[in-house]
Design a protein around this ligand. Structure first.
Ligand code: SF4
Length: 375
């Protein structure tokens, strides 16, 4: 058995878990074949021994107790092993210690009895924790029995974040997602039936120009059958050199314009029916971050956000596209703040940006940021 490497944390978490303690159950992704995802590429997947995870929990418990009491541990020099736990404990303490996020990409791939033991230990050490959440692949969840999922819920697993990306089978196959529409629906329904909150991530732009409508319609249909607690948008950003449709000899992915994305999201929301999900666009790279509402009552308002962009004067639309990426705007009304629009118009003029070339120019900029690790 491998030796304990000390308290560990993985590279990513959902934005909504910014205040959570990140607790690493597995390293990297057991699938790691999605063509659009570079997070764990070249990283080997491994399960962490349960005893190591229990040790991590105990270590955070010891650190938070000491920090709360202002004891000797708070000032004495620590081993490198304790140092990482101290760092995590200090920031978690500052955030109120109310939630825990299980890492990495698919924590539920552990044996259910192991996950349950870990959940119970978190609850035992930190009875005040209100939420324990995890990423989970649909393929993995669909294979867990209903009773085991129920036991996980009873042990305190409150929410699962699933990267659905799309429910269009052709796209799922072309990007090697390792799940079908049926598997996504099965996993989603099982999760909800176990009483676990469900956050489904929809990847806008995954269909490119050609499959945009199919993506919107099929994904809305799957979401309607699941009725998740949350629908969250993520925008696809990939390097020009990447072949997104790896599994297809027939089709090449064609980068969609922002207008295509707006129409895609509008069509998706239009097709959502008889569900009560909370819809969020809570990632800073999304162009339409002001999409935020609860269905069904906010459906019309959410659609109006997209219609407003689609019908916007092309010059102003291009300014919003650039200004949002440069951090000048968050929502459309920010363009009315004195001086903001003029500032972006000046930048547009300086770089020769026009409605005709805005998508190409922004892509050049994003490609540069990606190369420099800024995006
Ligand atoms: S399952 Fe998730 S983490 Fe793994 S390769 Fe696909 S998108 Fe990336």
């Amino acid at each position: 058995m491998e030796a304990y490497r000390g308290f560990e944390q993985g590279p990513i978490r959902p934005p909504s878990e910014a205040d959570s303690l990140l607790l690493r159950l597995t390293r990297n992704c057991p699938w790691n074949r999605c063509s659009f995802c570079s997070v764990y590429k070249k990283q080997k997947f491994s399960l962490r021994p349960v005893e190591d995870i229990i040790r991590d929990i105990d270590s955070i418990h010891a650190q938070t107790c000491e920090l709360q009491q202002g004891g000797t541990l708070a000032i004495r020099k620590l081993s490198p092993e304790d140092e990482s736990a101290r760092h995590a404990a200090r920031s978690w303490l500052a955030q109120g210690m109310t939630s825990v996020f299980l890492q990495d990409a698919d924590s539920l791939v552990l044996k259910p009895e192991q996950t349950i033991r870990i959940l119970q230990h978190i609850r035992k050490r930190f009875p005040s924790v209100q939420r324990i959440t995890s990423y989970g692949r649909s393929h993995t969840i669909a294979r867990i029995s209903d009773s085991q999922l129920q036991e996980m819920a009873d042990a305190g697993l409150n929410r699962i974040h699933i990267g659905m990306e799309t429910a269009c089978d052709q796209l799922l196959d072309m990007v090697r997602k390792g799940a079908s529409k049926d598997i996504h629906i099965k996993a989603g329904i099982k999760t909800r039936q176990a009483g676990i909150e469900l956050s489904e991530y929809v990847l806008t732009g995954i269909g490119g120009e050609e499959f945009s409508q199919q993506h919107a319609i099929e994904t809305a249909d799957a979401i309607n059958q699941i009725n998740p607690d949350f629908i969250r948008f993520r925008t696809l950003h990939i390097r020009d050199s990447l072949n997104l449709f790896e599994n297809s000899d027939e089709f090449a992915w064609q980068r969609p314009t922002d207008l295509t994305i707006a129409r895609e999201v509008l069509l998706f929301i239009e097709n959502l029916d008889n569900i009560t999900s909370c819809v969020k666009s809570d990632h800073m790279y999304n162009l339409f971050q002001e999409i935020d509402g609860i269905l069904p009552q906010d459906k019309q308002r959410l659609m109006e956000v997209l219609q407003a962009f689609i019908e916007m004067d092309p010059e102003k639309q291009a300014c919003f596209q650039l200004g949002k990426r440069l951090g000048h705007f968050y929502k459309f009304s920010d363009m009315d703040i004195p001086g903001r629009l003029t500032r972006v118009q000046t930048v547009c003029a300086e770089v020769g940006m026009t409605p005709a070339n805005v998508d190409a120019k922004i892509n050049t900029l994003i490609q540069k940021w990606m190369r420099e690790g800024m995006w």
